[in-house]
Design a protein around this ligand. Sequence first.
Ligand code: NAD
Length: 384
Amino acid sequence: MLYGPIEWVAASCRLLSAIGDEFERTRPFDGLRIGTGIHLEPKTVALLLALQRGGADVISTGNLNTTQEEAIDHLTANGVQVIGKPTSDADEHDGDLRGVLATRPDLLLDNGGDLFARWLEEPYDGLIGGTEETTSGRGRLTPLREQLDLPILVINDSPLKQFGENFHAVGGSTLESLLRVTNRTVNGRRVTVFGYGSVGKGVAAYLRQGLAVVSVVELDPVLRLQALLDGFLVPEHAEGLRTADVVITGTGAPDVVTAADLPLLADDVILTNVGHFPWEIDVAGIRAAAAVVGEHPAGEGIATLVLDDGRRINVLTGGHMVNLAGPRPLGNTIESMDLGFALQARCLEAVAQRVVGKESCVVPVPRRIDEQVATAYIALHGRR
Ligand SMILES: NC(=O)c1ccc[n+]([C@@H]2O[C@H](COP(=O)([O-])OP(=O)(O)OC[C@H]3O[C@@H](n4cnc5c(N)ncnc54)[C@H](O)[C@@H]3O)[C@@H](O)[C@H]2O)c1
């Protein structure tokens, strides 16, 4: 039998595999069509095929820029209809999303509110409800609650996602990515982490476990106190930059590090970001600064800017999320994605089976499902 990356991921998605086995018996989606527009890569393939094993007719398109051809081939070979091809053209992507809705799915597995928002433009009868993966999608759909009037469960608001992915998986993959991209040690290096939300907390904790000396810069005084009591140094912005060998931003906010900060930075400092948007480090503004007199490509994912006083500033992966860019970008662990996708499968099951109704419009994952998935994870991974 052919065994490649898709099979490796499928074998590592132990929760989804067990849910798929159960769904084959219980068939929660018999006669129902699930429409989705998500990153099409090996981990989402495992999710879509688990839903299919539950009787769903699955119709999918990808997201902008992220669709992998092998994922499309595998899905198509297994009876999942994929609309469109990999694209970075927003109009084409819009057409693909509308193509999914034209098949009138009974359930939507949405990402960023793209499908539910378009459904509101041209509603059709029979949509039961669905799920939304992201916090940004929650923000987009919350003001539309009255019009939507459907059960929509928001996966990212689950505590399992917050600590399983944002804290542990991003923390671990950030440490791994720093080592992989730079091939330098972090032991004994002074690392300053900007932001102490779930992501910053995980990054700070994992870098400390990696034997770096970690400081945290956080605007919110309550979180700053928490960082202090967690044993981190909590300098102000300028001091945090001045003392850093490595700077990691994970705030979600724009312009955390800009050209105005260049005078503060030590020679050979590394600047890197794990926040969603590539705007936390203003790479374009820094490149354009008068003090920058040269730039060297120092390796895949590393740009070394040279300042007029001779200092070198190393920017990783152009300011894009370091765990999802650069050489061999694997993102978060398969297990952490399996956890989130198990929540997806269980939430879609609850909506399909009418266990939740339209009073649950854009709300977090029900506690019962969090407990069910947590118990299953412990049973699969926690006992030896
Ligand atoms: N790379 C990944 O795989 C991955 C995974 C999940 C989330 N994310 C992204 O990581 C980012 C952070 O996520 P989160 O859940 O921790 O968000 P959060 O909103 O809970 O925390 C962000 C923190 O940053 C602080 N902050 C804002 N501006 C700041 C500044 N200029 N200086 C210092 N602190 C500042 C805020 O006060 C807040 O406490 C988001 O953009 C999120 O989308 C990335």
